[in-house]
Design a protein around this ligand. Structure first.
Ligand code: PLP
Length: 367
């Protein structure tokens, strides 16, 4: 006999994380390893972030501000909203978890695309809920199909735009269709972890809908373009009522003091973010051109990563890339068999990657 966990927890899906740089260095006895598996920003955080972190190292004996007031005020000023509309999470992951903890009970369901970011499913099922999955259509989230699956037990609809792992986006029309169609007691969660990578033409102001829609939550993160993934800080924007609901279950010191400081510095440096965005856009175009020229299939992405077709040779391609020091994510782990997901890095690393990838394709795929 041992203490028994709730029975449904035995069946929770497992998040298979990307392999670590240290692991690969040791396993393959190589010194240069590039992690292109978790959509991190390989340029790192801006200089102001590094400076503030080193300046504040000596203050970690103090608990952080439990309400993260300074960073919430910064975000509020940035988007011209109020701090009451903002909640901070230990990564956006934690906000997704808090949303499910608040709204999902046994017998409830959430509706989302298949595949989608795994944390939605894991968080919902942890609470005893079920997940209703609607297949992607042409690698895009099928908003009409998703709406058709919403029923009286649905509490949340999760949309990611850009979507992970496909990199595709939903349009303003699709977003408005969803908000107009869905009942007011269903929370629409718009996860925009990669939205800062979008071109102006692809972008629309999702936050502006929050004031008139009591059932919308927009999620953003400092993990991706801001380069703070290791510090764990993300935020959610919603009606003051929903934010108050989430605050009932939020643990008081969920954001570390250094993460709060770093996020304040990061959000101030808009120029850095625009530079990263434009660099990544050029990388995206470079990848597309090189792959097209070589006859390698890929999915057109709007984010800082891309699905590349492996024509059934995923295992071999992943393994050969590892030998050269490149960690990518096999699509099998992301519900996208037949593809690898590759994050864009710096132009130099990307050139090296493409050279190696093409060589591997010529050997293993197009003999
Ligand atoms: C990376 C990611 C997140 C956020 O991750 P955190 O590091 O927890 O902020 C959220 N949604 C999607 C789709 C992501 O890819």
């Amino acid at each position: 006999m041992k203490p028994q966990i709730k029975k449904w927890l035995n069946e929770l899906p497992e998040y298979v994380a990307g392999r670590t740089i240290e692991e690969i260095k040791a396993a393959y006895n190589i010194s240069n390893v590039y992690k292109l598996a978790s959509n991190e920003n390989l340029f790192g955080p801006c200089e102001a972030v590094k400076k503030i972190l080193s300046e504040n190292i000596g203050t970690v004996n103090y608990y952080p501000d439990s309400d993260a007031r300074e960073v919430r005020q910064k975000i509020a000023d940035h988007y011209k909203i109020r701090p009451e509309n903002i909640i901070m999470g230990n990564g956006t992951d934690q906000i997704i978890e808090m949303i499910c903890d608040c709204f999902i009970d046994e017998g409830d369901n959430v509706v989302t695309a298949d595949p989608n970011f795994l944390i939605y499913e894991k968080s919902a099922r942890k609470c005893g809920g079920t997940i209703v999955k609607v297949p992607l259509q042409d690698f895009k989230q099928d908003i009409k199909g998703i709406m058709k699956k919403v029923n009286e037990n649905t509490k949340i609809v999760f949309i990611a735009s850009p979507h992970n792992p496909s990199g595709t986006i939903i349009t303003k029309n699709e977003f408005e269709y969803l908000l107009d169609k869905v009942k007011q007691d269903v929370l629409v969660v718009m996860d925009e972890a990669y939205c800062e990578y979008l071109d102006d033409a692809e972008k629309f102001d999702t936050i502006s809908y929050v004031s008139e829609r009591p059932n919308l939550a927009v999620l953003r993160t400092f993990s991706k373009i801001y380069g703070l993934a290791g510090l764990r800080i993300g935020y959610g924007i919603s009606s003051a009522d929903i934010i108050a609901d989430l605050n009932r279950i939020r643990m008081p010191f969920n954001i570390s003091s250094l993460a709060q400081k770093a996020a304040c510095a990061a959000i101030d440096d808009c120029e850095y973010i625009l530079k990263i965005r434009d660099t990544v856009k050029a990388e995206r175009e470079k990848f597309a051109e090189a792959l097209k020229k070589e006859g390698i299939g890929f999915i057109k992405s709007c984010a800082n990563f891309m699905l590349i077709s492996t024509e059934g040779k995923t295992r071999e391609i992943v393994e050969e890339l590892l030998k050269k020091g490149f960690i990518v994510r096999p699509g099998e782990n992301l519900g996208m068999p037949g593809y690898i997901r590759v994050s864009f890095a710096t132009p130099e690393i990307d050139d090296l990657f493409l050279k190696n990838l093409i060589k591997i394709y010529r050997t293993f795929v197009k003999k």
